[in-house]
Ligand binder design. Sequence first.
Ligand SMILES: [Zn+2]
Length: 188
Amino acid sequence: MINLPPYEFMNGPFMNGLPISEAFATRTFWSIQDAKWMQKALQLAKQGAKAGEVPVGAILVHNQQMIGQGFNEPIGRHDATAHAEIVALRDACARLKNYRLPLQTTLYVTLEPCTMCIGALIHARVDRLIYAASEPRAGMVGSQMNLSAQPFYNHNIHVHRGLCSDHSSQMLKAFFRERRKAAKKSDK
Ligand SMILES: [Zn+2]
């Protein structure tokens, strides 16, 4: 069992760590369920970090049941497409024996999706995407571009961002810090 540091939202489940007045003003409200699933995605990300992969975790949820999950694993799987979202999608489709997901499926992922992943989520007809940290360099759901808002797709995804973003970015920063340290050591 992986222990995560306690969350601010544990003190105020609907406020994402913000004082209530600020939460009202910025409309950053999350349900207890959303918080719970994102925590599970963070646990998956941590599992990835332990395996030496960039820590990103994803979980697909339908009717408050997990239907697929995964973490970023291109090194371990020898697969450039093994981003957390893709691994979770493949896991769900294999379990359901269907290339399409059920209606009203939500994907929780700890980092803003890239071009490939937002494309795959559209093809799989994910209804709702909730991501934690933004990816300023190559994020395609708001940072560099917003592919989820393009009118030429025949499926629209509802996107919400920022749930547990601090925790996710801290985990990523810690991972890269460790990796740089290790690289320096091996240089000596
Ligand atoms: Zn991706």
